[in-house]
Design a protein around this ligand. Structure first.
Ligand code: ZN
Length: 268
């Protein structure tokens, strides 16, 4: 009796902890598998995810992979070597979005790339997306949504692989909404990652600023913005964190007025 009471208490404690979005019951290997699984599903659905072929767009891929590499080599990405990071461009001019699967598969829509005006802005979004994977937000979110089911699987002794498959099926592609805390943390880490790079440290603010300037902040909000926090608050948070960041490399060019990006953008 005592034993089962303790066991039950343990489960209740874990459920209450998991529901706050801070606990992750998925292992790095689970997240790597989820990433591979998502990549396979995306590749098998060209109707919804028409991937721009690398062979016919080498410059665009060199550019966006270069930005990802610069961030991964910033010395700030904790899981740089734990995940196989890959970047893909989805040819959908109507979609103002980017997303990153668990385990580091990053997808940029051409609609977003055409909306952004400079390399620092792209780097800012890239930093935000890398942060979701690096900070393991998907695992935390899935844990909070599915804490009980996962716990029951663990109690039943089901293997990690089955858990990864289960959460993969239930999560869907790019449909996972992050919490306000996770969005804020991804913005904060974008600043942290960009600080040692050549890009402008507050690069993530450009997108939100443009949305506000265009009066689009409240309509057709992309999922990576989620419904919260308010874009205006995000601009000021990103800018104040960037100006408080010390020991950033000195940035002579800042990559904010680069005609090279505008040229590249026009080829997409
Ligand atoms: Zn986000």
């Amino acid at each position: 009796m005592m034993k089962s009471f303790t066991h039950l208490s343990f489960i209740f404690i874990v459920i209450s902890l998991t529901s706050c979005g801070k606990i992750n019951l998925l292992t790095l290997e689970d997240e790597r598998q989820l990433g591979e699984q998502a990549k396979t599903e995306i590749a098998s659905n060209p109707q919804e995810f028409p991937i721009l072929p690398k062979s016919s767009n080498p410059q665009a891929y060199a550019f966006i992979e270069g930005i990802a590499q610069d961030i991964l080599n910033s010395g700030q990405v904790q899981n740089r070597d734990n995940f196989q990071w890959e970047v893909y461009i989805i040819k959908r001019d109507d979609v103002l979005n980017a997303f990153c699967t668990p385990g580091g598969k990053i997808y940029f829509y051409t609609g977003l790339m055409k909306y952004l005006d400079n390399s620092s802005a792209v780097a800012g979004v890239m930093g935000h997306e890398i942060a979701h994977a690096d900070r393991r937000h998907s695992g935390k979110q899935l844990t909070s949504q599915m804490g009980l089911q996962i716990l029951l699987q663990i109690v039943a002794g089901t293997s990690g692989q089955d858990i990864a498959q289960m959460v993969g099926l239930l999560a869907g592609i790019g449909s996972l909404k992050f919490s306000r805390d996770h969005e804020e943390e991804a913005d904060t880490y974008s600043v942290k990652y960009l600080c040692p790079t050549k890009y402008q440290t507050d690069g993530a603010h450009f997108f939100f600023k443009k949305l506000i300037d265009d009066g689009q902040a409240n309509s057709g909000t992309p999922t990576f913005l989620s419904t919260h926090p308010d874009p205006g608050n995000r601009v000021s948070n990103i800018q104040s964190q960037a100006s408080a960041a010390s020991s950033c490399v000195s940035k002579t060019e800042n990559y904010t007025n680069d005609t090279k990006y505008l040229q590249l953008r026009s080829t997409l």
